[in-house]
Design a protein around this ligand. Structure first.
Ligand SMILES: [Zn+2]
Length: 135
């Protein structure tokens, strides 16, 4: 399989279908949660798509008051901040995404280490990955 199929666009098509795709190395077994042309562990090119569980734990987060332009256009900003998270997936790799289902005005109530599950947010003609604390 050609490496050029492992694109951000292909990954985003997975999100639109409600799937969190990753890339697994056929040589060493390492899993990446984002598309890449070469294995980060062994630099091999024998990669294939895998569907990830979408489950993990919240490794870190920050509340963003000055978002990048596309999120400003979506209504986020100083008066409507959002949370960005680093999630450690059960399959091993980490991924950054939106964090939803939390009170961004009381970030002290957001618990690092909490179990989270992926959600797929429809925003305009895009699907955006987010995670929500479970339970
Ligand atoms: Zn590898």
């Amino acid at each position: 399989m050609a490496n050029d199929v492992f694109t951000r666009a292909a990954w985003e098509r997975g999100l639109a279908q409600g799937k969190l795709l990753g890339v697994r190395c056929g040589d060493c077994g390492a899993v990446s949660a984002v598309p890449r042309a070469l294995c980060a562990a062994c630099r091999g090119g024998n990669l294939g798509w895998v569907e990830l569980s979408g489950r993990g734990t919240l490794a870190a987060f920050t509340v963003v008051h000055v978002p990048p332009t596309p999120l400003c256009a979506a209504g986020y900003g100083r008066d409507n901040p959002y949370a960005a998270a680093v999630v450690r997936l059960v399959e091993g790799p980490a991924i950054t995404a939106r964090l939803v289902g939390v009170d961004v005005r009381r970030p002290e109530g957001i618990r690092v280490g909490a179990p989270v599950r992926a959600e797929f947010l429809r925003e305009g003609d895009r699907t955006v990955l987010a995670f929500r604390p479970e339970g």
